[in-house]
Write a protein that binds this ligand. Structure first.
Ligand code: ADP
Ligand code: MG
Length: 465
């Protein structure tokens, strides 16, 4: 009985500190809009960097030819080639390969990382078949999706601002990522030109727009989280160049670094942040994304093990190990709807090393998954809502006209595979928008849109175009 009381006390405190009432989400969205405006002004203290992508035109459908893309940004990287057939034929043929990055390369030197990537790319190019056609005398061209914050200096160059998501490669911050990749390709004897350097959000936006003309923003919910959207060029005070003909500029918000007193941070989040590779940074990302959700659950379970002997008299030593509980496992436990929570029990046995957990312990575990996932999903929805507010698509136009159809392209393993998470994002967005406005807003899965998007941008910025 005493144990039960202590468990209840911990759970109550968790519920309290993770709560995200709708009024709080609205005020978080307002704070994000304010930070977006600061970022667009170039305020160096702005929390959202609002990076200029140099993409002022999204794909039209006319793109033509053979293009490659490379996507680096998480635990895997992907290489892709696509034969584009213009307005009529669209994507004629597409092939891709996924390669996992050995963990030691994520914290090694830039030369090692880029040599590994360029070697995999060269191998992939070697398998190019008859269905792909490169006109005589032309160089192969590549769109490089790089999902870390970059100070873009043109469409095809930019310097790394900082690493995130568990990457910490030496000697890269401040360096031009395209020139690092190009040098590595040369070392491999691979003749290829990088014609577009894009963030994954920008790639997803481009790929999404190619599929659906009403896409105005792209959101990634994967290992990390970020968003990009189409802004009016004249609403970007820090842009000092010529106004683009289109009048538009794609902005990479880098919203993962958002931080605010308003964010519901628990003791578990604070401890996780403190022990992370980048303490004090990427706070919004650490509450939302796939790299962290399972770890937050682990920390709460550990507290319950300590304070309320959740897993018996001794605290299971496996549970003490950071990141043993991964978000896909959390998702599997959360979705277990069997009457005896059999799957969840098996996962606990696997991960925590406790064989026979009571039904009550399983229910508690599932409840913790629910609380952590729900907070993340609701905060993500607040972010999407803030972008809709920023571009004036959060409510009916004041002139009485109909609200234009508005599509958000979403991608990332978390959104794609964690059903309860993605449903909660959508339900919360509907709640924030209200009935009328939400009927014009669509969240659409743009499965691996960033790869094709990068290839499309490589095409529209081709040296031969
Ligand atoms: P990245 O974000 O690294 O570019 P992805 O978009 O494929 O790559 O996202 C991978 C991330 O998605 C994983 O790190 C994991 O956190 C999350 N994820 C993958 N599968 C699942 C799943 N079944 N349930 C919950 N999260 C998942
Ligand atoms: Mg990705």
């Amino acid at each position: 009985a005493d144990r039960k009381r202590r468990a209840a006390a911990v759970i109550e405190e968790v519920e309290r500190s993770l709560a995200t009432p709708t009024a709080l989400l609205r005020s978080i969205a307002d704070a994000m809009v304010t930070e977006m405006e600061r970022g667009l002004r170039g305020d160096i203290h702005a929390q959202l960097k609002m990076l200029i992508s140099y993409v002022d035109n999204l794909p039209t459908g006319d793109e033509h030819g053979l293009f490659y893309a490379l996507d680096l940004g998480g635990t895997n990287f992907r290489v892709l080639r696509v034969q584009l057939g213009g307005r009529e034929k669209r994507v004629v043929k597409q092939q891709y390969e996924e390669v996992s990055i050995p963990p030691h390369l994520m914290v090694g030197t830039s030369m090692e990382l880029f040599d590994f990537i360029a070697a995999a790319l060269a191998k992939f190019v070697d398998t190019e078949g008859e269905d792909f056609h490169l006109p005589e005398g032309r160089q192969r061209e590549l769109g490089f999706t790089f999902s870390f914050p970059v100070n873009q200096t043109s469409i095809s160059s930019g310097t790394l601002i900082k690493w995130t998501k568990g990457f910490s490669v030496n000697g890269m911050v401040g360096e031009d990522v395209v020139s690092e990749l190009s040098k590595a390709m040369e070392r491999q004897g691979l003749d290829m030109k990088v014609t577009a350097l894009v963030n994954d959000t920008v790639g997803t936006l481009a790929g999404g727009r190619y599929m659906d003309n009403d896409v105005v923003a792209a959101v990634i919910l994967g290992t990390g989280t970020n968003a990009a959207y189409v802004e009016h060029a004249n609403a970007i005070p820090k842009w000092t160049g010529l106004l683009p003909k289109s009048g538009n500029m794609v902005i990479n918000t880098e919203w993962g670094s958002f931080k605010s007193e308003k964010l519901p941070l628990s003791e578990y989040d604070k401890a996780m942040d403190f022990e992370s590779l980048n303490p004090g940074e990427q706070i919004y990302e650490k509450l939302i994304s796939g790299m962290y959700l399972g770890e937050i659950v682990r920390r709460i379970l550990l507290k319950l093990a300590h304070d309320a002997s959740l897993f018996g008299d001794v605290v299971p030593s496996k549970l003490e190990q950071p990141f043993v509980l991964r978000t896909p496992d959390m998702s599997a436990m959360h979705h277990d709807s069997s009457h005896d929570l059999k799957i969840l029990g098996a996962k606990l046995k696997d991960i925590v090393g406790v064989a026979d957990t009571s039904l009550e312990v399983r229910y508690i575990t599932r409840h913790i998954c629910d609380l952590v996932a729900e907070r993340g999903a609701r905060l993500a929805a607040a972010g999407i809502y803030s972008i809709l507010k920023k571009v004036g698509r959060d409510k009916l136009p004041i002139n009485g006209s109909k609200m234009p159809r508005t599509v958000i392209a979403l991608d990332g393993g978390l959104y794609e595979h964690y059903k309860k998470f993605s449903s909660c994002v959508e339900a919360t967005l509907t709640d924030l928008l209200g009935e009328e406005a939400s009927s014009s807003v669509v969240a659409k899965l743009a499965n691996d849109g960033s790869g094709i998007g990068a290839a499309l941008l490589a095409a529209s910025h081709s040296q031969y175009a």
